[in-house]
Design a protein around this ligand. Structure first.
Ligand SMILES: [Zn+2]
Length: 284
């Protein structure tokens, strides 16, 4: 007997198999599928980029670069050496701005006219612009790791030519090291040349991280104040983490014990120091 049986006598057809909540169930199922679809749909790298207008502080040419829509990019857990990580995009690739007209390149926070002295302008014109082959057809588009690595190397050359502070050069080296790490993480393990690419990325990563560490240690001793926007204790932690990356465990532990007793270090930073200690004891 169905739940509506008995109504046949009033003229209704037989209701043997009525499911009272059929509609609701259908709706709920559709909603669930829709939600799952939305959750799964991460924006693509291209969707996370927008065009930003820039004026080159050296040649005054106006151009548009791809910039990351920070509010749309979803963060992932950073690496132990503070390398930031995001889902669907590696914003580090877009951190250097290049003027393909004159060859000037710098980290975005340094690509500003008021940060370049007259003397530096002269040095860049002589040391970069005069030698650079303009690349008018080069597109500001989604960058591969190799594009980003080339851009950062050009920025490093500019920094050397304009006699930038140690911290600026160290910061570019740090990012180059991280880019090689990112390249390897995203390189297809199925590729025929995977082994040789892996070897190259690993050795390049360590070479740049080593330079970054040297530069940051120098900056800590000689620059004073914030370094590349970071508090000195944060840079000390970064140096400890770079020592860990480089396999200098003893030096890492020495820096970490100094930081753990430093009243200027936040409890969050001290927790990260303990994570480093833990990582070393697990490796041994
Ligand atoms: Zn330019």
């Amino acid at each position: 007997m169905g739940i509506l049986s008995g109504l046949e006598k009033m003229g209704f057809k037989s209701f043997d198999k009525v499911d009272l909540f059929e509609e609701e169930k259908k709706e709920a199922k559709e909603k669930k599928v829709k939600k799952k679809k939305e959750e799964k749909k991460e924006p693509t790298e291209r969707e996370l980029l927008y065009d930003k207008s820039m004026i080159c502080p050296i040649c005054q040419k106006e151009f548009k670069v791809k910039s990351v829509i920070a509010s749309k990019a979803r963060r992932d857990l950073p690496d132990i050496d503070m390398r930031p990580k995001y889902i669907s995009i590696d914003p580090l690739k877009y951190d250097v701005i290049v003027c393909y007209n004159c060859g000037f390149a710098a980290l975005s926070s340094y690509f500003k006219e008021d940060l370049i002295t007259d003397n530096q302008l002269k040095m860049i014109k002589e040391g970069v612009v005069a030698k650079y082959n303009p690349q008018p057809n080069k597109k500001y588009d989604v960058y591969t790791y190799d594009d980003a690595i080339d851009n950062h190397k050009l920025a490093l050359l500019n920094a050397v030519v304009k006699k930038a502070r140690a911290s600026e050069k160290a910061y570019i080296c740090l990012k180059l090291g991280w880019l090689y790490r990112g390249k390897l993480e995203t390189y297809s393990k199925e590729a025929e040349n995977y082994e040789s690419v892996a070897e190259e990325c690993k050795s390049q990563e360590l070479e740049y991280l080593e330079e970054a560490k040297k530069g940051f240690i120098f900056s800590l001793a000689h620059e004073g104040g914030k370094i590349c926007g970071m508090e000195p204790v944060t840079v000390e932690y970064l140096c400890a983490a770079l020592d860990y990356d480089l396999g200098n465990n003893e030096e890492c532990l020495r820096l970490v014990s100094k930081l753990i007793t430093n009243p200027a270090a936040s409890s969050q930073l001290k927790d990260k120091c303990r994570e480093l200690k833990e990582a070393i004891s697990q490796d041994n």
